[in-house]
Design a protein around this ligand. Sequence first.
Ligand SMILES: Nc1ncnc2c1ncn2[C@@H]1O[C@H](COP(=O)(O)OP(=O)(O)OP(=O)(O)O)[C@@H](O)[C@H]1O
Length: 264
Amino acid sequence: MIRVTGLEVVFGKGTPLEKKALSGVDFIAGESQFVSVIGSNGAGKSTLLAAIAGDVLPQAGRIEIAGVDVTRQPTAARAGRIARVFQDPLAGSCGRLTIEENLALADARGSRRGFGLAIGRARREMFRHRLKELGLGLEGRLEDQMALLSGGQRQALSLVMATMAQANVLLLDEHTAALDPAMAEFVLDLTRRVVAETGVTTLMVTHSMRQALDMGDRTVMLHEGRVILDVAGDERRNLDVEDLIHMFRKVRGQDIDDDSLLIE
Ligand SMILES: Nc1ncnc2c1ncn2[C@@H]1O[C@H](COP(=O)(O)OP(=O)(O)OP(=O)(O)O)[C@@H](O)[C@H]1O
């Protein structure tokens, strides 16, 4: 569960470049809820995720994860609760380490078991099994360097790694935007699968209206640092992309003339 209350983030406060990126954001993502977050460039989507992860400290407001107030916790202190996948496929894993070393680090993250890079036979089998489930043929390449994989393969592995440590929250920041369409579709399907299997509370930022309606069970739209739309259940099921555009226009009283919001 994520509870965000009155969240305000200001960059460059007191300077000529002062920018209020979040202007009092309130929302609750219930346990195991999968929320798609959409909004035009500069709406505050990445800042919201960064504040939840602890990369950005808010000027006001409160962030709770699984009932724990993490608002002032340093990033490292809350890292065990949060799994993240970024847009850049290189960001989620270490290219110089092998696939199994990366998996071992992910598996040990947030735990005190102290496994680290020690990889015994049982662990190797578990990794092989997880990779086989992916269906990308990576189960025979455990000792290959991560850097040898394609962007899409790497992003799929980042997603598996992100969900290995049983975090409370999964944050996906446009994690398919840098992939070709076929691989993006594969990673989106994998996302649905791992979220359903793990039941992790998920926030997924996207620029695609179609994804925002198709992925997860709720759509939140941000604009200029505020939540301007929040739809779920039957209301959301009955919406199509045209309706979403119409609602955006109605709320904002303006056309979407922003190329960053993709219809599909
Ligand atoms: N580190 C920073 N320093 C100064 N301003 C920032 C910083 N990060 C974000 N901003 C500003 O805060 C606002 C919100 O940015 P943010 O990246 O959260 O938007 P976004 O919705 O993720 O946009 P995009 O879709 O373009 O990634 C923007 O005006 C941006 O320029």
